[in-house]
Design a protein around this ligand. Structure first.
Ligand SMILES: Cc1cc2nc3c(=O)[nH]c(=O)nc-3n(C[C@H](O)[C@H](O)[C@H](O)COP(=O)(O)OP(=O)(O)OC[C@H]3O[C@@H](n4cnc5c(N)ncnc54)[C@H](O)[C@@H]3O)c2cc1C
Ligand SMILES: NC(=O)c1ccc[n+]([C@@H]2O[C@H](COP(=O)([O-])OP(=O)(O)OC[C@H]3O[C@@H](n4cnc5c(N)ncnc54)[C@H](OP(=O)(O)O)[C@@H]3O)[C@@H](O)[C@H]2O)c1
Length: 420
């Protein structure tokens, strides 16, 4: 396993919200696998910078790309580059201690934050911004983020959905949790829960999750705010058309949408003439992630994925490239929970083993080892023992405070601990 960071487990460590520690326990399954003979971890090695696809195909019988979706999607509206306009990705990476994002300075002294998008990441961001010091204290949120969020001036967090409540991509546990925050009332306008005919039909045939979500929203809409210090407001059928301000974001211009059949059983948002301006000092776009290309590996720029058939990477003619595979978000796009990737990875590995059995894997060229290549290039890989050293250090720091860990979150700290 080759990983550009000194730490393994991708978004399980650096994406999943720190107030959801149970979801992170899947790392134990990874740990069991990591201890099997034949598995080696090479952290601090970036494919594309330190080693190339050519190197890997010379050194190994097969290569599986599971590099995730490393960037965010943009809204493409005026004002998106103003100070105070952020990608959710950046806030998530910051509060989770990703070493590339610790220098970011979010101004949380503002009164209103807007989160654009109706997916689980948008809920994570809204919830994290609404947590109290007491809720944050037992988590592995970085100390800097705990301090900034607990002391923030934010009084209202507005979550914007361009379509309606039936089309929101949330899962019910996450939505329900929004109504149970210690320091924030959840507000939903009953008028925004009124459904057009297509949404009515969609709801009637929808999954239990969507039905449960709608039930929850109805319950929230009946509630009166109880005077908690913050408010989280869920809005529907509104899209930002511009972020307004001189240098800093000061407001968001919204257009109200109507919903029209999309021809595939759902609806698409169509802008009306009705507009409104919501004052806001900070905006997080949470409208999905996007994969980035790697040199020497086919890439579909529109979908942000590696073209593949069941995990076998395809060339420009749609033919499988022997020995090259993809799994996870880079294989199928940036959706799905941790469990989705398990099934997806199993499919890829099944194809790989089929190819191995059928003698379709290419022959390796030369007999150099990966360690030799890294040594020649002066690359200091963090091996599994190095990660264990980081892990022990982090857990040890957290333990006296009843926290699962206090993360090391600079490259120097991480590499220093790995050497230890
Ligand atoms: C903010 C957020 C919160 C989430 N919360 C949950 C949750 O609570 N529950 C749940 O079930 N799912 C959650 N998910 C979804 C889940 O995290 C993803 O489905 C899963 O992590 C995708 O796995 P992946 O392996 O494709 O990508 P990733 O987890 O992103 O892993 C990719 C890894 O590849 C590394 N990498 C990238 N490029 C290179 C390179 N060139 N060289 C070497 N290494 C490289 C990265 O550093 C990273 O470690 C969340 C997702 C996000 C974004
Ligand atoms: N606790 C958890 O289990 C958890 C936590 C976080 C993430 N995850 C998973 O990780 C995956 C990624 O989550 P995500 O939230 O990034 O993606 P997502 O679920 O795909 O949601 C993206 C949201 O952005 C909206 N959107 C897209 N373009 C937009 C635009 N231009 N303007 C306004 N809104 C726009 C989408 O609306 P439309 O529907 O209208 O396109 C959708 O509501 C999901 O599968 C999610 O379930 C799980």
């Amino acid at each position: 396993m080759i990983e550009r960071l000194p730490t393994p487990w991708g978004l399980v460590r650096l994406g999943v919200a720190p107030d959801h520690p149970n979801l992170k326990t899947v790392s134990r399954a990874f740990e069991r696998i990591a201890l099997r003979p034949g598995f080696r971890f090479f952290g601090n090695v970036e494919v594309g910078r330190d080693v190339t696809q050519d190197d890997l195909s010379r050194l190994y019988d097969a290569v599986v790309y599971a590099v995730g979706a490393q960037t965010d999607r943009r809204l493409g509206i005026p004002g998106e580059d103003l100070r105070g306009s952020w990608a959710a990705t950046e806030l998530v990476a910051w509060y989770n201690g990703h070493p590339d994002f610790q220098e970011l300075e979010f101004d949380l002294s503002v009164e209103r934050a807007v989160v654009v998008g109706n997916g689980n990441v948008a809920l994570d961001v809204a919830r994290m911004l609404a947590l109290t010091r007491e809720e944050l204290a037992p988590t592995d949120t970085t100390d800097a983020a705990i301090e900034a969020i607990a002391e923030s001036g934010i009084r209202e967090i507005v979550v914007l959905g361009r379509r309606g409540p039936v089309q929101a991509a949330w899962t019910s546990t996450e939505l329900q949790e929004m109504g149970e925050l210690a320091g924030a009332d959840l507000v939903v306008d009953p008028a925004e829960l009124e459904l057009d005919a297509v949404s009515e039909t969609e709801l009637a045939a929808a999954s239990n999750i969507v039905q449960r979500n709608f039930e929850l929203l109805r319950g929230f809409a009946e509630r009166e705010p109880t005077g908690k210090p913050r408010v989280v407001r869920l809005r529907f059928r509104v899209s930002p058309v511009a972020l307004l301000g001189e240098e800093d974001v000061e407001a968001v211009e919204l257009v109200h949408n109507t919903l029209e059949p999309d021809g595939a059983g759902s609806v698409r948002a169509v802008a009306t003439d009705e507009r409104e301006t919501t004052p806001a000092g900070i905006v997080f776009r949470s409208v999905g992630y996007h994969g980035v290309p790697l040199s020497g590996v086919p890439f579909d720029p529109k979908r942000g994925t590696i073209p593949n058939a069941g995990g076998r990477v395809l060339d420009a003619h749609g033919e499988p490239i022997p020995g090259l595979y993809a799994a996870g978000w880079i294989k199928r796009g940036p959706t799905g929970v941790i469990g989705t990737n398990k099934k997806d990875a199993t499919e890829t590995v099944d194809r790989l083993l089929e190819d191995a059995r059928a003698g379709r894997l290419p022959a390796r060229a030369g007999d150099a080892t990966f360690d030799e290549v890294l040594a020649e290039r002066g690359i200091e890989a963090v091996m599994y023992a190095g990660w264990e050293s980081i892990d022990v250090r982090e857990r040890g720091r957290g333990e006296p405070h009843g926290r699962p860990r206090i993360k090391l979150c600079t490259w120097d700290e991480l590499l220093g601990a790995a050497r230890g």
